[in-house]
Design a protein around this ligand. Structure first.
Ligand code: MN
Length: 746
């Protein structure tokens, strides 16, 4: 996949610019050709002229005339998403109401209410983005609300974002990071959910290029270096299949396709392996041109023919022909043992299925017309509407819930009567119970999955049949939140807990009233507020609750003075209840002060902590995150939490860079795997502490079946030193892999 952003140089004359714009416009018309009905050409011309006039004096960061952006967005909509004339008009106008003098009324007058409504939706989304760039969660909620009005809004928005990603080169580094993390956090999953696989992949690759430039380049280079060898293998693999397929008389194509850089990287991280060990760097695809009524039959014929030649792995058969994914994806996937004993994934699909896989939603609708199949999309939209409409919780919580509920892959499970329920991957028995009815969820004490008794936290798998067991004595508890996945279950449990808290608080309210009046003060709003702020709580309800569960001891009230009927707090404030700190806990290494340069500020030294989740050391690519309680926390840009922090709390992110400092050491960890050989540990420790004089803090070794795995905690000064150590360790005989570990606590 070609993911290199193109930023042509715009040192063009006015004439040249004009002809460039015209060229782009004509290309847009050409790609729409088959969809144009009488009168459409005029409408598009009109939209183009309004947009060109409105953006006349504006330029993009790259220096190019602004109108090229809406033109490019429109082309993506037509060519890559398969949208038509109306969406083209909306794309051309998508930034006019937001950034120029054109009003919604103007658009409604010219193009009617349908187009005005879509442009309005697009304007609302970008409004929030521009006014306060950090409020991504709120922002995303808005996107979803608009989405349920008209899905075209979200598709055009995705095209807009894709074009911005393709032209990200001219932005400042800070902006690049923020936009990229937003893209992987929200837009790529959304594109995936809409079935736009190509757009999703390109977004992920582009984002990675900015967030992980080194790794990106490294993998791209290795892919290029191994291309010849791969092509040779693919040809060898395909040859016998091609011969057989030709004999069947099928109209087909067969080819090998490299996997995206991002997905290769994901695999390397997930399995903890090097590039060389990722076996599926490519997949083989068979495309059939079958008549609609023969699609399924012919796909299975091809499957049978392939598995006659190569042995399939039984666990890796995916049948999305009989049960398409909810984003519309249909195909048959299998993994077979190819030449030289290598596993190879083969994807079998028809041209129609392929178009759905590439163009997603829009293509899906095109084919849906005239079929009896109830649209899975419609169901999905319906579920989203339900959740959004009764959602009052924190928007960031909401976003997290949304991601796990609606953007994840799904499983299909069955009630005892055989009704099918679709749930996100990772759903548990309790999610299923809530999916049936909230009253059943609240009273659930266990379940029978395929007739076997399991706890409510049991994770479900596709095909499971579930019977819920309830008890009238049961009620939702806090720890249920640890294993539910669906937004519905989560919301219902939180509601129930709130209700429960309210009941308990009633008791505390009575206690505090008696106590205050006993002291001779008034039970008044003012005195209650005084107590709430003294204990640093968020509400009176909280105060009553803390008193009822005895987290607050009212004996302390004797330290209060009573003035008239007012309570006066004692001077040195105590904070008995923990205050909440956003962001991950910080490292204990913070006592030692290395220096950081904070860009955009005066370059002062400031206090900071190192994030526990990713353990940065000097030399790592990092950013600072302002926490509410503990000052600045430093994370690596590839920290597992980074995307979430950058996307949701952009306003609290500070650009940071390490200053050179050789006096201070930082604790980090290495995982070493190798042959379990006599003396190997000695060689390792000798290299680290003997030769390189690096301090080892701890060393654990486990040996199994001829292999050992060593976990070493050590103090290094910076990334350079660590990289050198890793390099030298890898050169030792018998060492398989040396890897830094970030996620676990060191
Ligand atoms: Mn735009």
């Amino acid at each position: 996949m070609e993911t290199v952003a193109q930023t042509p140089k715009y040192n063009l004359t006015e004439e040249q610019e004009k002809s460039l714009i015209l060229r782009e416009y004509r290309a847009l018309l050409r790609s729409l050709k088959t969809k144009l009905k009488p009168g459409d050409r005029k409408l598009i011309r009109n939209a183009f002229e309004i947009a060109a006039e409105a953006h006349k004096s504006m330029r993009r960061k790259s220096g190019e005339p602004y109108i090229l952006h809406p033109l490019a967005v429109a082309r993506i909509c037509v060519e890559e998403i398969g949208l038509g004339v109306r969406s083209t008009i909306c794309s051309l106008l998508h930034d006019t109401v937001e950034d120029t003098d054109v009003t919604l009324e103007d658009i409604e007058r010219e193009f009617g209410s349908e187009i005005a409504r879509i442009v309005d939706g697009l304007t609302k989304i970008s409004n929030v983005i521009d006014v306060n760039a950090s409020q991504q969660a709120e922002n995303f909620k808005k996107i979803l609300l608009t989405l349920t009005d008209d899905p075209r809004v979200i598709l055009i928005k995705l095209a807009d974002r894709l074009h911005n990603m393709r032209t990200l080169d001219s932005m400042k580094r800070e902006k690049q990071l923020k936009i990229s993390s937003e893209t992987v956090y929200i837009y790529a999953p959304l594109a995936h959910r809409m079935g736009l696989y190509n757009i999703k992949t390109e977004m992920e690759d582009l984002a990675m290029k900015y967030m992980e430039p080194e790794t990106y380049k490294d993998i791209a280079k290795k892919l290029a270096e191994t291309k010849r060898e791969r092509t040779r293998y693919i040809n060898e693999f395909i040859k016998p299949l091609k011969d057989k397929l030709e004999k069947t008389g099928f109209n087909f194509e067969i080819y090998g396709r490299p996997k995206s850089i991002h997905s290769i990287w994901n695999k390397m991280r997930k399995k903890g392996v090097d590039f060389e060990e990722v076996y599926d760097l490519f997949a083989i695809r068979v495309l059939l041109d079958s008549p609609p009524e023969k699609e399924k039959e012919e796909c299975w014929k091809v499957y049978s023919l392939i598995t006659d030649e190569y042995t399939p792995s039984p666990e890796r058969l995916r049948d999305w022909l009989s049960n398409p994914k909810s984003n519309g994806y249909e195909a048959l996937h299998t993994t077979v043992m190819g030449p030289q004993g290598k596993w190879v994934e083969v994807q079998i699909r028809t041209k129609r299925m392929n178009e759905i896989a590439e163009k997603g939603l829009a293509a899906h609708w095109k084919y849906k017309e005239g079929t009896a199949d109830e649209s899975r999309f419609d169901k999905w939209f319906q579920q989203i509407r339900e959740v959004i409409s009764n959602q009052e919780t924190d928007t960031i919580d909401f976003l997290q819930d949304f991601k796990t509920s609606f953007l994840a892959e799904e499983i299909y499970v069955y009630t005892p009567k055989g009704d099918v329920k679709m749930l996100p991957v990772g759903s548990t028995a309790i999610d299923f119970a809530f999916a049936i009815h909230s009253a059943i969820g609240s009273k659930c004490i266990g379940a029978k999955v395929n007739h076997k008794l399991v706890p409510i936290s049991h994770k479900l798998r596709s095909g499971d049949q579930i019977e819920i067991i309830t008890s009238n004595k049961q009620k939702p508890s806090e720890d249920w939140l640890n294993f539910v996945v669906t937004a519905k279950a989560r919301t219902k449990i939180k509601d129930a807990l709130k209700e429960e808290k309210r009941k308990i608080a009633e008791e505390g309210k009575y206690t505090v009233q008696r106590k205050i009046e006993g002291m001779g003060a008034a039970y008044s709003q003012g005195n209650i507020d005084e107590l709430v702020s003294y204990y640093k709580l968020s509400s009176a309800l909280d105060l009553y609750y803390q008193i009822a569960v005895k987290n607050i001891d009212l004996k302390e009230l004797k330290d209060f003075k009573v003035l008239g009927d007012r309570l006066e707090p004692p001077k040195p404030l105590k904070i008995p209840v923990e205050t909440k700190v956003d962001g991950p806990a910080s490292s204990t290494l913070s006592k030692k002060d290395a220096e950081l340069i904070i860009f955009g500020e005066s370059g002062d030294k400031i206090m900071y902590n190192l994030a526990n989740c990713c353990k940065p050391i000097p030399g790592d690519d990092v950013f600072g995150f302002v926490t509410t309680g503990k000052g600045l926390t430093i994370h690596r840009t590839n920290c597992p939490n980074a995307a979430k922090l950058l996307a949701n709390y952009g306003h609290r992110v500070v650009k940071t860079k390490w200053a050179k400092n050789k006096e201070i050491s930082f604790l980090t960890g290495l995982k070493i795997v190798g042959m379990d050989d006599v003396g190997v540990i000695h060689k390792i420790t000798n290299l680290i502490s003997g030769e390189l004089k690096i301090n080892i803090a701890a060393l654990t070794v486990e040996a199994k079946e001829g292999l050992f795995q060593g976990n070493i905690k050590l103090y290094v000064h910076d990334k350079e030193e660590l990289d050198m150590l890793v390099q030298k360790l890898k050169e030792l005989p018998g060492i398989e892999s040396v890897e830094r570990y970030d996620a676990e606590a060191v």
